[in-house]
Design a protein around this ligand. Structure first.
Ligand code: ADP
Ligand code: GLC
Length: 495
């Protein structure tokens, strides 16, 4: 049975088409890495307004999607390969649901009120697409709440469909904070039977919780780091689902994300002022000068620069940064931030930039280029997340020799090894408690080490830059679980 598997991968976003966060990085790259292992992978996602139809191939014939009281809705299907691969991405085109500027929220940051219909539709359209393409999956790999209805559909509505007789499902949780919680009327749209509206499956506080149902019905559940797989079983990180997840812990695994080193590599990065690598770090000095210039800060090699790139969301610890910023700015370092998100934070950090123009700068917005410029030009990288399922920026930072300062949670804890002054080993600086004091003292520790122990910093940079978190390794971990599910399903026929 050791042959290529048919893997059906569904997500709500994927690079290079649309991206709001790391989920898009995963959905755009992991399928390619799986295909490179010899599997037949197809990806399904919505055709949002931002994805230009003229660059896609139209798949003839409409796709009928049953939506309960809404009747059967007819979607278009378009296709295009992931870059540098033959992995097809199928785009579900339905103007009334996806012909909008935002993926999940309107421009004021409010979730669209019909997100239940929009994403139940995606899961159902994905199942119907298998029929249309006559693609019999071995594995349905769903991601986050947006496609978590799929494992439920597989075990209920599509349970007797011969096309899915070999199919097992795997659900990856990238962020437990978002669960797809809706009015219970969503049960009618899902059409899986009201007997599944109970606290062990889809019901939460008299509403429908799609992620909860997905966790109950998936054959395996993964999270994007091992530490996060443990954390979500605790009340602190469980967002109300910890008990439910503990009940399913036997099928829970943690697989760390990889990084696309074709894109994040200081020795070939087209965005940065001068390329560099572990054997010759001189280019990093040029990048630092470029960063200071671009952000209007005094150009001075002796001043440590601390970078931040990420969503301005509570998850990312922006509350901690805001609460400590004035103290941090008196440590004599420069701080550069790139991000967008919560309006209070955008306003707050812009004001700080006005107040301390000689040591703080921020760019409110989304910029691939500036993200690279900050990774390359900073000495230290700040990521004090309250929770972090995996986190990608700290891994990029390692590759750029930009030492991360992180809170010991989720993927941050799994990838960053705390500096040990006795052995001079480590690749960053960590703190446990999400308090202003802990953040302040850890940043001070990092800045002091940078100033007074250049040898330790150079050693840490070496070890950081040597570390590799490749997609090949993640893909082969997923592959093991896929095969496990496949063999388990085959074995069950002998019961
Ligand atoms: P999350 O998915 O929780 O936002 P990750 O660390 O997994 O966090 O991924 C975030 C991704 O989005 C990274 O690739 C990061 O570089 C990118 N990113 C976030 N904000 C910005 C921004 N303002 N400009 C450019 N890239 C950004
Ligand atoms: C989520 C998490 C982030 C993770 C990303 C990709 O957005 O917040 O930690 O890296 O998904 O798995």
């Amino acid at each position: 049975m050791n042959r290529g598997l048919n893997i059906f991968f569904t997500a709500s976003e994927a690079v290079p088409f649309v991206k709001t966060g790391g989920l898009a990085d995963v959905a755009g790259v992991l399928p390619r890495a799986l295909a490179a292992l010899g599997h037949n992978v197809i990806v399904v996602m919505p055709r949002y307004y931002a994805i230009d139809r003229s660059e896609l191939e139209h798949i003839p014939g409409p796709l009928g999607v049953p939506m309960g009281p809404m009747g059967e809705l007819w979607a278009g299907v378009y296709s295009r390969s992931l870059p540098d691969s033959s992995v097809p991405v199928y785009f579900i085109d339905y103007e009334a649901f996806y012909g909008r500027h935002g993926l999940y929220d309107d421009s004021d940051g409010f979730s669209y009120s019909d997100n239940d219909s929009r994403f139940i539709f995606l899961s159902k359209a994905a199942m119907e697409l298998c029929r249309k393409l006559d693609f019999a999956p071995d594995i349905i790999h769903a991601n986050d709440w947006h496609t978590a209805a799929q494992p439920v559909l597989l075990k209920t509505r599509y349970a007797d469909d011969p096309l899915f007789k070999d199919a097992s499902s795997l659900l990856t949780i990238h962020n437990l904070q978002h669960q797809g919680y809706f009015y219970k009327g969503a049960m009618d749209i899902m059409e899986v039977g009201w007997e599944h509206f109970n606290p062990l499956e889809l019901e939460s506080f008299d509403g429908v919780n799609i992620l909860k149902g997905g966790i109950a019905h998936a054959d395996a559940v993964t999270t994007v780091s091992q530490r996060y797989a443990h954390e979500i079983q605790t009340p602190e990180f469980g967002f109300g689902l910890d008990e439910h997840i503990r009940a399913h812990s036997a099928k829970l695994y943690g697989i760390l994300n990889g990084v696309d080193y074709d894109e994040w590599n200081p020795s070939v990065d087209p965005y940065i002022a001068r390329c560099y690598d572990i054997d010759d770090m001189s280019g990093k000095r040029v990048c630092k000068e470029d960063l200071q210039k671009r952000f209007g800060l005094p150009v001075n090699e002796e001043i440590p620069v601390i970078g931040f790139v990420g969503r301005f969301a509570e998850q990312k610890g922006i509350g901690l940064i805001a609460g400590t910023i004035e103290g941090l700015l008196h440590l004599g370092a420069q701080i550069v931030m790139l991000g967008t998100g919560e309006k209070w934070a955008e306003g707050f950090f812009s004001d700080i930039a006005g107040k301390y123009p000689d040591r703080f700068a921020c760019h409110i917005g989304y910029s691939e280029e500036l993200a690279h410029v900050i990774e390359a030009g900073s000495d230290l990288f700040l990521m004090p997340s309250l929770f972090e399922p995996c986190g990608l920026n700290q891994i990029y930072s390692l590759r750029y020799g930009t030492l991360p300062i992180v809170r010991a949670t989720g993927g941050l804890d799994d990838t960053i090894h705390n500096y040990d002054p006795a052995t001079k080993e480590g690749n960053g600086f960590k703190f446990e408690w999400a308090t202003n004091d802990a953040l302040y003292h850890t940043v001070k520790w990092a800045v002091d080490t940078w100033r007074f122990d250049k040898e330790a910093i150079a050693l840490m940079q070496k070890s950081a830059m040597q570390a590799r978190y490749s997609w090949e390794a993640s893909a082969s971990a997923y592959e093991k679980i896929y095969y496990f599910l496949k063999y388990k399903k085959a074995a069950e026929t002998y019961r």
